[in-house]
Each structure stands twice: as C-alpha cells, then as structure tokens.
Design a protein. Structure first.
Length: 271
C-alpha cells in the first residue's frame, strides 16, 4: 500500500526556527509569531500487515499570510528535520496534541498566547454560533453563514489585534443542482496592512454545478479576493475546479455507479 493521511492545522513557527532567527530584530521576530497553515503527514507504505510508517511536515504551497523570506527559513528547517527522524516525530506529535511546535526548552514558548487572546477567540466562536442560529431560516430559500474571527497578526512586524466578520450568502437553483455563493469580509477592528481592503464586499464568488443527480461529480468556478503579504496587496484569483465526492463502505464501491436504495416492499396476507 501507499497511503498518505494529512492533518491540517495552523501554528506559529517561532518555536521551530527560533535558533535560526535569534539574532534578528523584534519586528522581524514578530513575523514568525504569525499563525500559518501546516500539513502534518502520516505515510504508510509496504505490506498491509507490516506497514512502514513515517511522518513529515510541509507548508502550504500558496501561503499568503507570510513573506517569502519567512517561508524560505521555515522550509529550510523542515528539510533539516527530515534528516533527523526523532526530531521530526517530536514536532509532529506536538502539532497533533498541542497545535504548536516545541522549542529547545519545551516548557517555554516564544508564541505564547495571552489570556486576552484566548478569551477573544472563545467569545468569537460563541458569537459566530449565535449569529448562525439567528440567521437560520431568516430568509426563505437563502442560506446565511456568519464567521467572527479574532486573532493576533504579526505580518507587519508589529502586534496587530484584528477582528473580522465573514458573511457568506448561498442560493440553490435548478432543482438544487446549481449553487451560487457570495462571500464578503468586513474588518471590525485592527489596522489595515499596506494596500489592504478592510471592507471586501462580494469579494469571493463560487458557482457549483452538479454534473450528476447524486452530486458525485461537481464543476466549480470561483473568484477569490485575498491579501498577499509577499506582494503587499490584494490578489484576485479565478479558476475552475472539478470535484469528485465519494461515500463508500467498501473499497470496491468507489468504482461502482451509485445506486439509490429502493424501499422495501411489505407483503400483507389476509387470514
């Protein structure tokens, strides 16, 4: 077999590369406190009854939250970890259990989260849930989704507390085979980064069309408007994607056509 399982998380890389960037200024160090996406990989190879297990950590190929220099330092450190199996395994389990890296001193962390930040994030989750509960069924035929996100941004080299409100509106058409989603982002708190648009109305648009009635094959056209730190400006990305969704209990069912379950007939006999 040759299987790779991926666990996605966001963590600040400061504890991972602290030895490599120890001589930099405070503003440069703050850039490594930014939470960025990481992929934790579990690789299974060999025979099924005697699998060969290995771990790896990678960054996202398109990471718009950090500069190119920061990403290069992180990738170099990860390449070094791949030659040290024990160190790689230690960082993998730290991401899985703690959602952060472990430095030379495991009892200290350069990316410590303040009590204020934890409280703000907890309140943001509660408010997001309550907003979604209130919006449920508010407008007939239209789905509303709210997301309130509070975080600490270090991309500019200084600590910047941000609060953003994300609003998604979706509508299904053509017997639910066509779905149109429009997303907007509103900056409620925090300073805007250079050339950043804090109020992005209808910045993200996606159109999903089910090519099959069961929804297994789907075609997606999208437009994303997001801020890219490396270029210090808003970037608009458009494209088309093809999505396959499978729901199966046995492996062979992947290659079979989906069949609707027929209702069982009940035979009644009169005595």
């Amino acid at each position: 077999m040759d299987i790779t399982a991926v666990y996605k998380t966001e963590a600040p890389p400061i504890d991972l590369v602290e030895q490599q960037v120890g001589g930099q200024s405070a503003s440069e160090m703050n850039q490594y406190k930014q939470r960025i996406p990481f992929n934790t990989l579990l690789k299974m190879k060999g025979e099924l009854l005697k699998p060969q297990l290995s771990f790896d950590i990678t960054t996202e190929e398109k990471n718009n939250s950090i500069s190119t220099n920061v990403k290069d330092v992180i990738d170099q450190k990860l390449a070094q970890l791949r030659t040290q199996e024990s160190e790689m395994n230690k960082q993998v389990f730290a991401l899985l259990l703690l959602n952060r890296f472990i430095g030379e001193n495991p009892f200290e962390s350069g990316a410590g989260m303040s009590a204020e930040t934890m409280a703000r994030q907890s309140v943001s989750k509660i408010l997001s849930q309550q907003l979604n509960n209130l919006a449920s069924g508010l407008i007939k035929g239209v789905d509303l989704n709210f997301g309130l996100d509070s975080s600490e941004d270090y991309s500019t080299g200084q600590k910047n507390t941000r609060t953003d409100l994300n609003v998604d509106i979706s509508k299904k058409l053509l017997n639910d085979r066509l779905k149109v989603t429009v997303g907007s982002n509103f900056g409620l708190e925090g300073q805007a980064r250079q050339n950043e648009n804090m109020t992005n109305i209808a910045g993200n648009v996606s159109v999903d069309y089910s090519l099959s009635k069961d929804g297994r094959y789907m075609l997606r056209a999208y437009r994303k408007d997001e801020y890219q730190v490396a270029l210090q400006g808003q970037i608009i990305e458009t494209g088309v994607g093809f999505i396959i969704t499978l729901d199966y209990d046995k492996f062979r069912e992947i290659f079979q056509k989906s069949k609707e379950k027929k209702p069982k007939r009940i035979k009644i006999t009169k005595w």
